[in-house]
Design a protein around this ligand. Structure first.
Ligand code: HEM
Length: 299
């Protein structure tokens, strides 16, 4: 947080500037009414700012407030108290939600008014230049302190949502990690079941139905192979790698191939076999399209 002394030094605002401004106070007083006229004429012309000035009774009070601020530009004492007052003014506008843009634009109206006033009252160019520089400095300092309130408000907004955001993201990440762990455990159980299935198929080989046993065992091995791929992929995901949907589709395709093998052996109805073959075709197309979108081309 800067002190008024620091702010003034950054603008090269000296005691001479303060004195020059104080000298302008009588002129400012004489023209205060005209300034307020111009200020309000400007604000009432813009619908967005006019909306803040609708109530006529309040308007009179508000005109006085803005007039007082105008005169305080020439008070001659610009200490920390002055800075705190300006911070309060900035906050008042942030609170009622007057956009910073209009405050900047209104300051430009005041600046133009004062420059023209100096132009009309100080024909001697050197004197006018001194006053103009002092006026420019104090207006810039006013705008600087007032707009800091807007920046602080912006920062607060970002900070609140940033904290909330990172908490949410953290919670979501932990949740996903937990789900992935459950998936791995489930995959282990399913893989063990496939091993069991493989041995069950082998029993068929020894119990007479050689052809059925071998083909079923082959199907089970295919599924086991895909399960290994699936788990490998899942472990990679857990370690921070990229999830590969293609492997999931591969597992389904392999499971379907196994089903077709068995279906042929069982001499199932033609429709059942056609249905399985159709599904396999569709899955094949899906696999192709996903692989294509992942790699840009299929190998
Ligand atoms: C050069 C720019 C401006 C200056 C220096 C200025 C100055 C002030 C001051 C000194 C106050 C009193 C603050 C307080 O209650 O502590 C005030 C209040 C107010 N100003 Fe401005 N103002 C400026 C621009 C604007 C603009 C662009 C509008 C838009 C319409 C506006 C509308 C108001 C309103 C509605 C209030 C009353 C706030 C309340 O109810 O608390 N001002 N202004």
């Amino acid at each position: 947080m800067l002190t008024m002394q620091e702010i003034k030094s950054h603008y090269y605002f000296t005691d001479t500037d303060a004195k020059l401004l104080e000298e302008l106070l009588p002129l400012a007083r004489q023209n205060c009414e005209a300034m307020v006229e111009e200020f309000y004429g400007y604000l009432l012309k813009i619908p967005e700012t006019a909306a803040f000035l609708r109530d006529p009774k309040d308007l009179q009070k508000l005109r006085q407030t803005h007039a007082q601020w105008f005169l305080s530009l020439f008070c001659g004492r610009y200490d920390n108290g002055y800075m705190i007052t300006l911070q309060g003014i900035g906050q008042a506008h942030v609170r009622i939600k007057v956009s910073a843009h209009y405050v900047n634009a209104a300051m430009n109206v005041v600046r133009r008014f004062l420059i023209e006033l100096l132009q009309a009252n100080f024909p001697e160019i050197e004197a006018r230049r001194k006053y103009r520089i002092a006026v420019e400095k104090i207006l810039d300092i006013n705008l600087d302190i007032m707009s800091t309130s807007y920046q602080e408000e912006e920062l607060r907004k970002v900070f609140v949502s940033h904290r909330l955001e990172s908490k949410l993201i953290h919670a979501a990440e932990r949740f996903t990690y937990g789900l992935n762990l459950i998936l791995v455990v489930a995959l282990i159980i399913v893989s063990l079941s496939v091993v069991g299935l493989f041995f069950w198929d082998l029993v068929h080989v020894f119990s007479g139905s050689m052809e059925k046993g071998i083909l079923s065992a082959l199907g089970s091995l295919l599924i086991l192979w895909m399960m290994i791929e699936l788990m490998d992929n899942e472990i990679k995901t857990l370690k921070g790698g990229k999830f590969n949907i293609l492997i999931f589709i591969g597992v389904i395709i392999v499971a379907l191939i196994r089903e077709i093998l068995i279906s042929t052996l069982r001499h199932d109805a033609l429709e059942t076999q056609a249905f399985l073959a159709g599904t396999l075709l569709i899955l094949g197309i899906v696999y192709f399209l996903v692989a294509k979108s992942q790699n840009g081309n299929i190998h």
